[in-house]
Structures are given as structure tokens and as C-alpha cells.
Design a protein around this ligand. Structure first.
Ligand code: SF4
Length: 248
């Protein structure tokens, strides 16, 4: 796999939390569209989606991380990742580097919060290597594989994605499902309750609408639809004792 060098690795995002982006590009090539891809193209880091879907590792990531963890004292939690996917499908070098980074961050007594549309490897449940204060999340907006193939073509099939998360849950890890960008009915007709039932084992649910695609705005009762979905998610979580953030 090609590599690039960066000047910094551990950075505070505009959203106010610490994050690590140790890869440029993402083979999942989502078509929502991918905000990270649009930014990378705007800043000239990639020419097009074909280049974006061939990820490049940050070759000096571990050396930078060592230096920065010694220097930056106020890091309370590290999010992985805002501009790539740390467990992208079919990219063993990305997975290996992600595991080494999580392990190194945890060695500094700092937990990680991770989000993927890929597959979590079961070794993340190894308490000897990885902190029990980590949170492992998946993005999941449907159970319909036709939708996944259309919008997240390179990402993990939904059933495998959920199964990998459940393995971590069953082994005592804290888990999360990130239901965003949830599609409006003109993109797909589905019942959010079926999705919630499939991930009812998680500790935390986040729900949000689809804000950056014109098709979602064409749905006539978009705001009312999202308010209703948020109410369903909130009621489901209250009923099951699951932490919930639902934006309707
Ligand atoms: S998984 Fe995330 S980073 Fe990768 S293409 Fe999809 S939206 Fe972009």
C-alpha cells in the first residue's frame, strides 16, 4: 500500500474532540456523498473517487503518535476517524495500523471512540491490549443490502457488520450504533424498528437525518418524518435502557 507522511496525527477537530486520521482515502467509496472525499478533492489531496478508493497509510503515524502523546496532556478521548474508516473492508494494512494506534493510545490511559462501516476484528476484546473504556460503533442506516450496494458499495455487508459488533459486545466491550444519514422514504421504504431490534444489544444509539443530499430534501414531509423517527428511536431506547441521542 502507498504511504504519505503527515506533520501531525493527533488533532482537535472543529467539533471539539481529539481525533486521529491515519489513512488518506477510503475503499468504501460511499456515495451519500462522503464529506471527507469532497474535502480531500477540494484541497487537491485526491483527484477523484477512483483515487480516493485506493487508501494510503500515513507512514509516520506511529512515530508522530508517540511524540504527540508525550507532549499533549489534555487528551481525554481519541475519536477514529473523521476522514477515513479505520476498519475498512479488504485492507489488512489499515486494520493492522488501526489496532496498533488504538493499543498505543490506550497505553497512555486514554480511551478511543471508534466508528466503522467495516468489520471489527475480535482481538479488540482482548483486555490485555485494549481498554475496556473504548467505545466501538458501527454506522448503520438500513438492513437492505440493495441500499448498501447503492450507497456504500465497498463497505461491509450489514449482517457481517452487526455480527462483528455483537462479538465485541458479547465479550464485554461498550458498543454504539450510529444511524446517520438515515434515508427518507423516497430513497427507501423501511421500518426503523426492524433496524433497532437488530442492534438492541448496544449501549448507545445515535440517530440523525440525511442533510447533504438533494434527494432527501425532495421528500415532502421531510422534517415531520425525521421528528417521527427520532420519537420512535427515543421511545425504543427508553424502553430498553439504551443511551440515546436522537436528532429529529
Ligand atoms: S466509510 Fe466514511 S470515510 Fe469511508 S467513504 Fe464512507 S463516508 Fe467516506
Amino acid at each position: 500500500m502507498d504511504t504519505i507522511d503527515r506533520k501531525t496525527l493527533l488533532n482537535k477537530s472543529g467539533l471539539g474532540f481529539w481525533c486521529i486520521n491515519h489513512v488518506q482515502g477510503c475503499s468504501h467509496a460511499c456515495r451519500y456523498p462522503c464529506h471527507a472525499f469532497m474535502l480531500a478533492r477540494r484541497h487537491g489531496r485526491v483527484a477523484d473517487l477512483a483515487e480516493w478508493r485506493h487508501p494510503k497509510l500515513v507512514g509516520n503515524a506511529l512515530a508522530l503518535l508517540d511524540k504527540e502523546l508525550r507532549r499533549k496532556r489534555a487528551v481525554d478521548c481519541v475519536h477514529m476517524s473523521l476522514t477515513t474508516d479505520p476498519f475498512m473492508v479488504g485492507q489488512p494494512e489499515v486494520q493492522a495500523l488501526s489496532l496498533r494506534i488504538i493499543e498505543r493510545v490506550n497505553q497512555s490511559q486514554i480511551p478511543c471512540s471508534i466508528l466503522t462501516k467495516g468489520l471489527y476484528p475480535p482481538e479488540l476484546a482482548d483486555e490485555g491490549r485494549f481498554s475496556r473504556h473504548n467505545t466501538y460503533g458501527i454506522s448503520l442506516v438500513s438492513l437492505d443490502e440493495r441500499f448498501r450496494v447503492r450507497w456504500e458499495p465497498g463497505a461491509a455487508p450489514y449482517a457481517q457488520r452487526i455480527a462483528a459488533l455483537q462479538t465485541l459486545h458479547d465479550n464485554g466491550c461498550r458498543t454504539l450504533v450510529h444511524i446517520e444519514p438515515y434515508p427518507t422514504p423516497n430513497l427507501i421504504e423501511q421500518d426503523i424498528r426492524a433496524l433497532l431490534e437488530r442492534v438492541a444489544f448496544v449501549d448507545h444509539v445515535f440517530f440523525g437525518g440525511w442533510n447533504y443530499n438533494a434527494i432527501a430534501y425532495e421528500y415532502p414531509d421531510r422534517d415531520a418524518f425525521y421528528r417521527k423517527q427520532a420519537r420512535i428511536v427515543t421511545a425504543f431506547c427508553e424502553d430498553r435502557g439504551i443511551e440515546c441521542e436522537a436528532i429529529g
